[in-house]
Design a protein around this ligand. Structure first.
Ligand SMILES: Cc1cc2nc3c(=O)[nH]c(=O)nc-3n(C[C@H](O)[C@H](O)[C@H](O)COP(=O)(O)OP(=O)(O)OC[C@H]3O[C@@H](n4cnc5c(N)ncnc54)[C@H](O)[C@@H]3O)c2cc1C
Length: 414
């Protein structure tokens, strides 16, 4: 695969851009692979990438029922942070944030990682206590965050109204090396790197059944024929319950719609990400100038990729009071994704009751930021049967009552 570089752009400009190669190939599925990954979202592709890069396993297929990145990965609001409370969460999210720092160079694809800083506003005394506690926990975990006062909040984000009207800003949990990245680019970059290693990225290929022999996985049925494999990774976010059912086990997961919207583009006015969890809305400005806006998940289970109207109203109301300057902005687009929520708001990266079948799901409203770290740990789990990054996130924690409670860091935020 030819490398992307400033030199390559200049060369192609001189020959009318006739020399670019396809970023990844679209092969027919083979009859057998060492590893099959179901789900061509960020986590599935990241898993494939680290199987190849860290373990030299390249006889791998990634099967995607639609187009890669067409699930939650291409629908999220791209916030990257690692200010979680519990040690196992901080470890995997910080690993991921650290990988993002150099991932563009690693996969030779510009991910537009922008560590512009993320603040989570404290607008009640309860939140002040909660975020102060998180800042202390983060200090012990080696995650760089601090609790800042309202004046510093105003300095960092001058367009914010810190006076109210309902809840004045009392401070914020601030992570300066957190930020945003380009979600599609991550998918395309991983797909290109996987294809370059000889892996097959197979789109328009829905898995409709999972086969087993003597308690071990043996392959899958798909809309493009049967495929045999030695190991299987299920990485399908909101569809995890359906795939688990095909493999013969149940998951403690609920699928709900989460939505986002973007405004018309305006001049740069905000160079940090702000999350206001009490009034429940969050906002950042994209490089194109659009205000990228998100809020809460639907309160009922569903598989629509739209979301309900009352959430739009609630989110926009929250943000208009936090940023009165946006009151007259027009909204351009709105969309939704199906997020996979666990009871403790932590993911599942686990072996399953079916031998050699592994599952990576439960990232809910906040898994985009974890994509490279999740792929790193899940690949290790699939190869070695154990990974320090994923050890606490096994399915057995729900049976044993060892929950990783992230309802503050992940339940309402992203
Ligand atoms: C509106 C919204 C905003 C969000 N904002 C943020 C944010 O700011 N920060 C953050 O960290 N996270 C955010 N998230 C969460 C984040 O997007 C997800 O946690 C993450 O992208 C999940 O990635 P994934 O690869 O596991 O799933 P997906 O990207 O959903 O990939 C799963 C893939 O599996 C495929 N699939 C399903 N069934 C089958 C089948 N039977 N056969 C083959 N393929 C199948 C699907 O088509 C899909 O492409 C947000 C989510 C939404 C919806």
């Amino acid at each position: 695969m030819k490398r992307y570089s400033a030199f390559a752009i200049a060369r192609e400009a001189l020959r009318h851009h006739t020399g670019w190669e396809r970023a990844w190939t679209s092969p027919e599925p083979r009859q057998r692979y060492d590893v099959v990954i179901i789900g061509g979202g960020g986590h599935g592709l990241a898993t494939a990438y680290y199987l190849g890069k860290n373990f030299g396993i390249t006889n791998v297929a990634v099967l995607e029922k639609g187009w890669i990145g067409g699930g939650n990965t291409g629908r999220n609001t791209t916030i990257i942070r690692s200010n979680y409370l519990q040690d196992p969460s901080a470890a995997i999210y910080e690993k991921s944030r650290g990988l993002f720092e150099t991932l563009s160079q690693d996969i030779n694809f510009n991910l537009m990682f922008s560590p512009r800083g993320v603040m989570m506003l404290a607008q009640t005394q309860h939140e002040v206590r909660g975020y102060t506690r998180t800042a202390h926990a983060n200090a012990l975990q080696g995650v760089d965050t601090e609790f800042i006062g309202p004046q510093r909040v105003k300095e960092l984000c001058p367009i914010m109204n810190i006076e109210g009207p309902r809840y004045p800003v009392l401070g914020a949990l601030w992570q300066p090396r957190a930020g945003t990245g380009r979600h599609d680019a991550l998918v395309w970059g991983f797909a290109r790197a996987c294809s370059d290693m000889g892996m097959d990225i197979i789109q328009n290929c829905e898995v409709t059944g999972i086969h087993s022999e003597d308690g071990e996985v043996s392959g899958v049925s798909t809309t493009r024929g049967d495929i045999a494999c030695d190991k299987l990774g299920i990485v399908v976010a909101g569809h995890s319950g359906r795939l688990a059912e095909m493999a013969g086990f149940r998951l403690p997961i609920e699928s709900v719609a989460l939505q986002a919207l973007v405004s018309e583009p305006i001049k740069p006015c905000m160079d940090v990400v702000v999350m206001a969890n009490t009034v429940h809305g969050y906002m950042s400005q994209s490089d194109k100038g659009e205000m990228v806006i998100g809020g809460g998940a639907d309160g009922f289970n569903n598989y629509t990729q739209r979301g309900s109207f009352h959430h739009i109203e609630e989110t926009v109301r929250a943000l208009c009071e936090t940023f009165p300057v946006i009151n007259r902005l027009k909204m351009l687009r709105q969309w939704g994704g199906i997020v996979d929520m666990t009871g403790d708001r932590s993911p599942i990266l686990s072996k399953t009751p079916l031998g050699n079948c592994f599952i990576n799901c439960g990232w809910g409203t906040g898994g985009w930021k974890a994509t490279p770290g999740s792929g790193w740990g899940f690949a290790e789990l699939m190869v070695r049967g154990y990974s320090p990054l994923t050890a606490a996130f096994g399915l057995e924690r729900f049976r044993e009552g060892r929950f990783i409670d992230e309802s503050v860091a992940a339940g309402v935020a992203h």
